[in-house]
Structures are given as structure tokens and as C-alpha cells.
Design a protein around this ligand. Structure first.
Ligand SMILES: [Zn+2]
Ligand SMILES: [Zn+2]
Ligand SMILES: [Zn+2]
Ligand SMILES: [Zn+2]
Length: 186
């Protein structure tokens, strides 16, 4: 497969494709029928470029196996999925910190994304990105009834507030990781 969107940073070009490189993907006659749509690097919700590869925690890819043992492989920006009410805690859809794929309706657990968004504060040096990542993590957990996640949500809310009031990213990182987020979400 090659990138039909001509994106030089596409996982297919970089050889970093996690879903589409080696394994079979489900044929798609909707978005992937468009001559310039690339399943690897474009968001199925907004059609714009997503970051690819293993450090792509700001987007979510559907690894669902569909009949025929092929992968779905469609992806979306987390911010788009949250905006479209296809991710987060949504009782109506039975989602709990999950993403539902627009293409195949399968769910993806987003707890690892929350952890990686929070972990990003360790190396992000721009305040805007730090704030954006905290906000995305907050939105994924918003409305949760799980005790651990509620506790983490409060911590992240405090952290976001501190950042707004002028605290350094490092300070905020220390606060959020005072307790291990992985343990809280488990
Ligand atoms: Zn591509
Ligand atoms: Zn498609
Ligand atoms: Zn998008
Ligand atoms: Zn899917």
C-alpha cells in the first residue's frame, strides 16, 4: 500500500504503519474509495492528516478484526472523536473511556491514550500542547463513575488549572504522577 494523500510523514511512507503494513485490511468502498484518501494517515471524521506511528497518542486507530480476520485500520483524531460524541464516557452508546469506530462500530479502550497524554507532560516543552493534551485526557474521562478514574480526573483538573495560573509543566507533571495514573485507571 502507498499513501494516496501524498503525505511525506505517512506511516506507510515511513514504514511505521501499525495496522496497514503487514496484515490484511478490510476492503472499504466508502472513504477509501476516494482517490486521495489514505486510511493510514487521514482522520475519517475531518479528513485531515493525523500523526502516524507509535507516538501517535493524539489519534486513535481501530484495530478491530472483522469477519475474514482482516483489520479495520481506520483512525481519527481524538479531538474529532470527542467533538462528534464518538469517544469518552457516553452512556447512550455504552462507552466508558472508549472510542467507537464510525466505520465498523467496534470499540477501542482509550485508557492507554489517557496515560500517554499525561505522560507527554514529561517531554512536551510548549505550554499550549501541554494544555491541549491535558484537556483531551480530561474529556475522555469526563462523566466517569469509576472511583479511580474520578480521582485521576480531579488530579488532572487541578493540574490544568495550575497550568492556566502559570505553573510550570514540570510541576504539573509531578502532581499528576504523584499517584500512578495506570493504577488509578485499572
Ligand atoms: Zn497516508
Ligand atoms: Zn475507508
Ligand atoms: Zn480529525
Ligand atoms: Zn473500525
Amino acid at each position: 500500500m502507498r499513501c494516496r494523500a501524498q503525505n511525506p510523514n505517512c506511516g506507510l511512507v515511513m514504514g511505521e504503519s501499525l495496522a496497514l503494513g503487514a496484515v490484511g485490511v478490510m476492503p472499504c468502498y466508502i472513504c477509501c474509495n476516494e482517490p486521495h484518501f489514505c486510511r493510514e494517515c487521514l482522520c475519517i471524521l475531518c479528513g485531515k492528516t493525523m500523526r502516524c506511528g507509535s507516538n501517535s497518542f493524539t489519534s486513535v486507530r481501530c484495530f478491530a478484526r472483522l469477519p475474514g480476520a482482516e483489520f479495520c485500520g481506520h483512525g481519527a483524531h481524538l479531538t474529532c472523536a470527542l467533538e462528534c460524541k464518538m469517544a469518552g464516557v457516553i452512556e447512550k452508546l455504552g462507552l466508558h473511556m472508549e472510542y467507537i469506530c464510525r466505520w465498523c462500530d467496534q470499540r477501542t479502550d482509550l485508557r492507554e491514550h489517557v496515560v500517554r497524554l499525561l505522560e507527554s507532560l514529561r517531554y512536551v516543552d510548549c505550554k499550549l500542547s501541554a494544555e491541549a493534551n491535558l484537556n483531551t485526557a480530561l474529556q475522555i474521562m469526563q462523566g466517569t463513575k469509576a472511583d479511580g478514574a474520578k480521582k485521576l480526573l480531579q488530579l488532572v483538573e487541578t493540574a490544568a488549572h495550575m497550568l492556566q495560573k502559570g505553573s510550570g509543566i514540570h510541576e504539573v507533571y509531578e502532581l499528576v504522577h504523584g499517584t500512578d495514573p495506570v493504577v488509578l485507571l485499572d
